[in-house]
Design a protein. Structure first.
Length: 256
């Protein structure tokens, strides 16, 4: 008999699929997204605020609006990056530019985001740090023929590129981003799409994520087990009352 354990306690007998969030669960969200956000903000300033005396202030405002705490250099628990879908973040960033006196629509801002995607696509690895326990868990799932899928609010192409750069894309039966579904987390769409890809019942599936929206997605999809990992944006208090199992990192999640 194979079972899924967290903190040494069995959560699910005979699991067939584990759905993992990307940022904060598989990769270090603070390292990846603070780097990406700073690149985006810098390009916005270069294109729209070159020569202005307040350019540095605008850059800091953009970084803050996208979700980095300037004082700590870490991601904010509330996001929006890492929590909300890309179109939302594009809209927030464009609005920040307009508040600084420069005309900007969402289409132009998306083009700036896409340019940063293009510039970093050739070598994503410097932006990526695999979190503790990820590789061991993926090896254990594969050894026991348990499917694994990535379910992320990031766009599918970026999530796929990140997994490829880390050399772990082959572990996943599906890599699904927020652009592939009608409604992203906490709606169940991402989970439903992943489960359907492997014809897996929610009663045989577990969700692992670092943010309450991951756990809410799991509950909304009626997945049997939901595990909150404390390697991302949220502390233990954020998961209070959500009916999930807390682990410090993925070294505490095993199958045997």
């Amino acid at each position: 008999m194979t079972a899924l354990y967290a903190n040494g306690v069995m959560l699910l007998d005979s699991p067939e699929m584990v759905l993992l969030d990307k940022d904060g669960t598989i990769i270090d969200i603070h390292h990846y997204w603070t780097s990406m956000i700073r690149l985006r903000a810098r390009l916005v300033v270069e294109q729209c605020f070159r020569g202005r005396t307040d350019a540095i202030d605008v850059e800091h405002n953009l970084i803050d609006a996208m979700g980095v705490d300037i004082s700590s250099g870490r991601m904010k628990p509330e996001g929006p990056v890492g929590v909300k879908p890309r179109p939302f973040i594009v809209g927030v960033t464009a609005a920040t530019v307009r508040e600084s006196g420069v005309d900007m629509d969402d289409a132009r801002m998306e083009a700036i985001f896409a340019e940063i995607d293009r510039r970093t696509a050739a070598d994503l690895l410097p932006l990526l740090r695999l979190l503790p326990g990820v590789k061991d868990l993926l090896d254990a799932l594969r050894a026991r023929a348990i499917a694994a899928a990535v379910v992320s609010t990031d766009i599918t192409s970026r999530a796929t590129s990140a997994m490829q750069a880390l050399g772990i894309a082959h572990y996943f039966s599906a890599i699904i981003g927020g652009d592939a579904v009608a409604h992203t987390k906490p709606a169940p769409d991402l989970a439903h799409t992943a489960l359907a890809s492997s014809s897996c019942s929610p009663s045989r599936a577990a969700v692992i994520g670092d943010h309450p929206v991951d756990i809410q997605m799991g509950h909304n999809a009626r997945c049997a087990a939901n595990i909150a990992v404390l390697t991302g944006l949220s502390d233990a208090d954020a998961f209070s009352g959500l009916g999930c199992t807390l682990v410090d990192n993925l070294t505490y999640v095993t199958v045997r």
